[in-house]
Write a protein that binds this ligand. Structure first.
Ligand code: LR7
Ligand code: MN
Length: 588
């Protein structure tokens, strides 16, 4: 899932959405305070975060079935075994409407049993792991935070968690409603849960936020309301797989400073087919990032793989996607939970991972624990009322960058996102104090020892020479990616909107033109296209501020907007107004 992965495009889609969505004014400090009591204050004096005591280990006994292997048979019926289900012609309109409302095809989801069976996506070896006893393992609270989720996907998450977990270990399912306003999540849900609880030992607990808190703060609240040893967060549209829970708990039983992350399988938003997101490939993947902090997954380097004895053993990962992970509850609060300054959605995965790694813990992906997640078609909800003028996600990234990155690495982020440099991001003193008090290691240590493949996959960016919108000197049009992606059609010009996004280009000192995480090239010497950036960060572009010419050194041609409103490389003509460009900085 390098580069244009599904996750990535999902995240980028919601990013784009924000530009027009977020209009409220700063300052951040005036942001409405949470009405919740602050859970962190109660845990503030506990600083045993880095104390390590090793507990029992799991053991692979080939040929001896694992002690928690469930007796599991694929049922018959729609969607059973993770098979796709389709809406009929008559249902199509309702299905399309549900996709717009929830990002999922709820008409299809409603046809599938809330207890449906799914295929075993684990490596065969996983069946032969023998884990510590029930007594040796910690108990778990599974926390589901949700905002305006569809009914059957949400309730199926509850059923699947309960169905797939040993009751002795699943202490509770903590549902926290982040101020939803949909009718099906009110009384009908309360009644349903009351009935379900009668048959399931009151395992489900439902709490509601009195105002919209966003997923990050809601998770911290869920952790505070939880009572088990371990907290496990899942998105509210998940289906855990066979024996998903014990392998996660076993890692935490062994070392409480491990964040244990299951392998996320894909559930299709349109037909609910369940499959591994990595296809048939058996290679292990792990979570990394590029310098604009778009989340990426790539194959685990050999160096990390060979630290282990068996291929089904957990491996270390720089970070994770964000939604699905297990942690010792007390350790979560010892680390200060999530930075309270992070808003609504995004970046919290980096905050927690960097904090864990730099302050003495570790993040591990556990190949024998699989959980399905429905990847949305689009993000169906807005971010509510936020007092931020830049995209909330970028504000979150900035807080993470300013606390956890060293100065040189910070610069790579601002090279990638120059328009937010200097934007006020609120008070960071608590985070910086924490870092000091816990003697946390540098970001360079983290990069060199844990996230080292990032250097190869996303080379450090040369500084920008100029950035902003590229506008006609004698006209009204600006360069625009026109929504093209790598391998797509030519990019062109359109009316300048001053919002950045598709019209934000960066020319760097090594002659690359960057736009977002991509670069602009002119393969064949005619039209300009979106491309992956070269692994050596060099390019053929130069811009002469005086004449306005944008020259390509390889072809010795210049950029001109054609009559087709596409950008072309043509013979350089310094006096031709169609070749004169200015670059205006944009502050988003
Ligand atoms: O304001 C909100 N309040 C909420 O309670 C917004 C969302 N939510 C809930 C929502 O109902 C859902 O249960 O929070 C959960 C996550 O929201 P999604 O499903 O809209 O997020 P996502 O799956 O698109 O995004 C990924 O990145 C997020 C960044 O903050 C979170 O970390 C998500 O948990 C995360 N999802 C995963 O990691 C799933 C697997 C990979 C992906 C993508
Ligand atoms: Mn999700």
């Amino acid at each position: 899932l390098d580069d244009s992965s599904k996750q990535d495009s999902l995240k980028r889609r919601s990013w784009n959405k924000l530009a027009s969505d977020v209009k409220e004014m700063f300052p951040f400090n005036d942001a409405k305070k949470n009405v919740m009591p602050n859970p962190l204050e109660r845990h503030a004096n506990d600083s045993s975060a880095t104390q390590k005591v090793y507990g029992p280990r799991a053991e692979l006994k080939k040929g001896v079935l694992g002690n928690y292997e469930p007796d599991y048979k694929i049922a018959h019926g729609p969607g059973e075994g993770g098979q796709p289900v389709f809406a009929s012609m008559e249902e199509k309109a309702a299905a399309d409407q549900s996709v717009r409302e929830f990002g999922f095809n709820m008409v299809v989801s409603d046809k599938i049993s809330l207890d449906r069976t799914i295929p075993d996506t684990r490596m065969d070896e996983c069946k032969y792991w023998n884990y510590p006893t029930l007594k040796e393992l910690p108990t778990a609270s599974v926390i589901l935070v949700f905002h305006n989720e569809g009914w059957s996907t949400l309730i199926r998450t509850v059923h699947s968690v309960v169905n797939m977990s040993p009751p002795e270990l699943l202490k509770e399912v903590v549902m926290v409603d982040d101020f939803s306003d949909k009718a099906h999540l009110k009384e009908p849900m309360e009644k349903y849960i009351a009935e379900y609880n009668k048959k399931h030992n009151n395992v489900v607990k439902l709490y509601r936020n009195p105002e919209r808190m966003g997923l990050i703060r809601t998770r911290t609240r869920g952790a505070e309301l939880s009572t088990a040893d371990v907290i496990i967060f899942l998105d509210a549209h998940c289906e855990p797989n066979r024996n998903w829970l014990v392998p996660l708990l076993a890692r935490i039983a062994y070392d409480r400073t491990i964040m244990a992350v299951p392998i996320v399988d894909g559930i299709n938003w349109d037909n609910f087919a369940y499959a591994s997101v990595y296809g048939a490939a058996t290679a292990h993947h792990r979570g990394i990032f590029e310098w604009g902090f778009l989340y990426k997954e790539s194959q685990v380097p050999q160096k990390e793989l060979s630290r282990r004895q068996h291929n089904s053993e957990p491996y270390r990962s720089p970070t994770h996607a964000g939604g699905l992970f297990a942690m010792d509850r007390k350790y979560f609060f010892e680390l200060g939970a999530y930075d309270e300054g992070l808003q609504i959605w995004g970046g919290e995965n980096f905050e927690l991972s960097f904090k864990i790694w730099q302050c003495g813990g570790s993040v591990e992906w556990v190949p024998c624990s699989h959980v399905g997640h429905v990847y949305r078609n689009h993000m169906p909800y807005g971010f509510g009322k936020v007092d931020v003028k830049i995209p909330v996600i970028l504000l979150n990234y900035m807080r993470v960058v300013e606390v956890w990155l060293d100065d040189d690495f910070k610069e790579y982020f601002y090279t990638r996102e120059p328009s937010v440099r200097g934007y006020p991001i609120g008070d960071l003193s608590k985070q910086l104090q924490f870092k000091k008090d816990h003697n946390c290691k540098s970001f360079r240590w983290f990069m060199d020892n844990i996230a080292y493949e990032v250097y190869d996959k996303f080379p450090i960016l040369p500084p920008n020479k100029a950035w902003g919108e590229v506008k006609q000197k004698k006209g009204m049009l600006c360069w625009d990616t026109l929504g093209q992606s790598v391998g797509g059609g030519p990019i062109g010009v359109s009316h300048c909107h001053h919002y950045g996004g598709n019209q934000m280009f960066r020319l760097n000192t090594k002659g690359q033109i960057g736009v977002g995480e991509r670069c602009i090239t002119a393969p064949g010497g005619d039209t300009l296209h979106m491309s992956f950036c070269a692994t050596e960060p060099t390019g053929p572009w130069e811009w002469d501020e005086t004449s306005g010419l944008f020259r390509n050194r390889d072809y010795q041609k210049c950029v001109e907007a054609g009559h087709d409103n596409k950008l072309h490389l043509v013979r350089c003509e310094p006096d031709k107004s169609a070749q004169m460009w200015i670059i205006n900085e944009i502050k988003t």
